[in-house]
Design a binder for this molecule. Structure first.
Ligand code: AMP
Length: 376
C-alpha cells in the first residue's frame, strides 16, 4: 500500500534531535504539520513541532499515539528497536518499515547485507569472546579496528588495534559486547553519498561529498568531492545500486572509503546524515525535503549542486568562536544553522555553517581562514 500524502497532513517523527528538526522545518515549509515523539521536553524538533509527545522510544502506547495523530510516520535515527517498529504498522502508516533499522543498527548484519548486494566492505570478523578476538586477529591482522556491533556513533565504541599489546585494553569490551573486527583501511579520501527512495520506488542521489573527520567526528564536508568524474559516477552508481538491492524506502547515507579507484563501504545510516547538511544551501533540494517527499509519496526532485559548497560542523566548544566570526562581513555570508540545543556541550553537535559561492576558491579560502583559530 503506497499513498501520496499532501499538506496540511501531519508527518510524525520518532526522535526529536537535530535531524528531526531539519526534517520538520522542511515539512513545515511545504505546509505539513509535524508531530514528534521524544523523551525530553522542548528539544530541537519539539521547538518547531505542532504536536509533542514525551515518552521513551520503547513506549509502545506513546508510539501508537504518534502513529494515530500522524498521516505518515518516519524516524530520524536507527537506534530504536526494529521489533517495536514492526509492531507499529497496524496502528498507522510507517512506510519505511523495520528493515532499514534492523540492518543498519547492527554492524555485522549491515556489512553482510552490503557484501551480499555485491559491494565491498573492509574485511571483517564477528567477535564475542577473547578466543574469537584472537581468531579474528589471525584472520584480519594488524592494524585493525574493533567496533561494538551496536550502539556506537561518532567514533564511540571503537578501538584501533596496532599490535598484540593493544589486545589487553579491549578484553573486557569483547567479553561484554558483540563486536566486529575490521581491517584498517588506508584510504585516500572519505566520501559519502546520500540516496533517497520514495514509497513509489523512485530513486535519486545527491553527488559524492568529501568528508574530513576530527577525533572520528565529522568536521568538514565539501561538494563536489575532489575526485575524478569516473570515481564520482561510480560512487553514485554504488549508492543507487545498494539502495535498490536493499529495497529501503526513505534516505540512505552511505559512508565510503576511497582507495585508489576502488570504493569500500564503511557505514550506512537509514536517515538524513551530517555529511548531507550542505544540501540545505548548496543544492536545489535538501536531503530533508527529499526525505519528506519520499515518505509522503511526492515525486522526488533530481538533485543538482547549485554552486561549490563547504560545511563546517559546530560542536559545543565552537559556538562562541563561530558567532564572533559570523558577525564579520568576511564570514557573515555563511549560512548558519543552530539546532536549538539547551546546552553547548563539548564534543556534541550543536550546529553547522554552509559556505556556498560560485567561486570555488573563495569558498575554500574563506573556510581555511575561518578555521585558523577554530577551538580544538
Ligand atoms: P564509523 O563510526 O564506522 O563511521 O567510523 C568513524 C571514523 O573512523 C571513520 O569515518 C574513519 O575515519 C575511521 N574508521 C572507521 N573504520 C575504519 C577502518 N576500518 N579503517 C580506517 N579508518 C576507519
Amino acid at each position: 500500500m503506497t499513498k501520496t500524502i499532501l499538506p496540511p497532513a501531519t508527518i510524525g517523527i520518532i526522535g526529536g534531535g537535530q535531524l528531526g528538526r531539519m526534517m520538520a522545518i522542511a515539512a513545515k515549509n511545504m505546509g505539513y504539520k509535524v508531530a514528534v515523539l521524544e523523551p525530553t521536553v522542548g528539544g530541537p524538533l519539539a521547538q518547531v513541532a505542532d504536536i509533542e509527545i514525551n515518552a521513551p522510544y520503547d513506549d509502545v502506547n506513546a508510539l501508537k499515539e504518534l502513529l494515530t495523530v500522524s498521516d505518515v510516520t518516519t524516524y530520524e535515527f536507527e537506534n530504536i528497536s526494529s521489533e517495536t517498529v514492526a509492531e507499529l504498522s497496524e496502528f498507522g502508516y510507517l512506510p519505511q518499515g523495520p528493515r532499514p533499522v534492523a540492518i543498519t543498527q547492527h554492524r555485522i548484519l549491515e556489512k553482510t547485507a552490503i557484501n551480499e548486494a555485491g559491494y565491498d566492505t573492509a574485511p571483517f570478523a564477528a567477535v564475542s569472546s577473547n578466543e574469537e578476538l584472537l581468531a579474528a586477529v589471525s584472520k584480519i591482522g594488524f592494524p585493525s579496528v574493533l567496533k561494538t556491533a551496536t550502539g556506537g556513533y561518532d567514533g564511540k565504541g571503537q578501538w584501533v588495534l596496532r599490535s598484540e599489546a593493544d589486545l589487553e585494553q579491549v578484553k573486557s569490551v569483547v567479553a561484554e559486547h558483540q563486536c566486529v573486527l575490521e581491517g584498517f583501511i588506508n584510504f585516500t579520501k572519505e566520501i559519502s553519498v546520500i540516496v533517497t527512495r520514495s514509497v513509489h520506488g523512485e530513486v535519486e542521489s545527491f553527488g559524492a561529498v568529501e568528508n574530513v573527520h576530527e577525533n572520528s567526528i565529522l568536521h568538514l564536508s565539501t561538494a563536489p568531492a575532489n575526485i575524478s568524474d569516473s570515481l564520482a559516477k561510480k560512487a553514485e552508481a554504488v549508492a543507487k545500486g545498494l539502495m535498490e538491492k536493499l529495497d529501503f524506502v526513505g534516505t540512505l547515507a552511505i559512508e565510503m572509503f576511497v582507495v585508489g579507484d576502488d570504493i569500500i563501504i564503511n557505514e550506512l545510516a537509514p536517515r538524513p546524515h551530517n555529511s548531507g547538511h550542505l544540501t540545505m544551501d548548496g543544492y536545489n533540494v535538501s536531503q530533508f525535503e527529499q526525505h519528506i517527499r519520499a515518505v509522503a509519496g511526492l515525486p522526488l526532485v533530481k538533485p543538482r549542486l547549485l554552486a561549490p559548497t563547504m560545511m563546517v560542523n559546530l560542536l559545543g566548544q565552537h559556538v562562541d568562536y563561530a558567532l564572533k566570526m559570523w558577525q564579520q562581513p568576511e564570514f557573515g555570508w555563511a549560512k548558519l544553522h543552530l539546532y536549538g540545543k539547551d546546552e553547548m556541550k563539548r564534543g556534541r553537535k550543536v550546529g553547522h555553517m554552509n559556505f556556498v559561492d560560485v567561486d570555488k576558491d573563495k569558498v575554500s579560502k574563506t573556510v581555511e581562514k575561518f578555521l585558523t583559530d577554530f577551538p580544538a
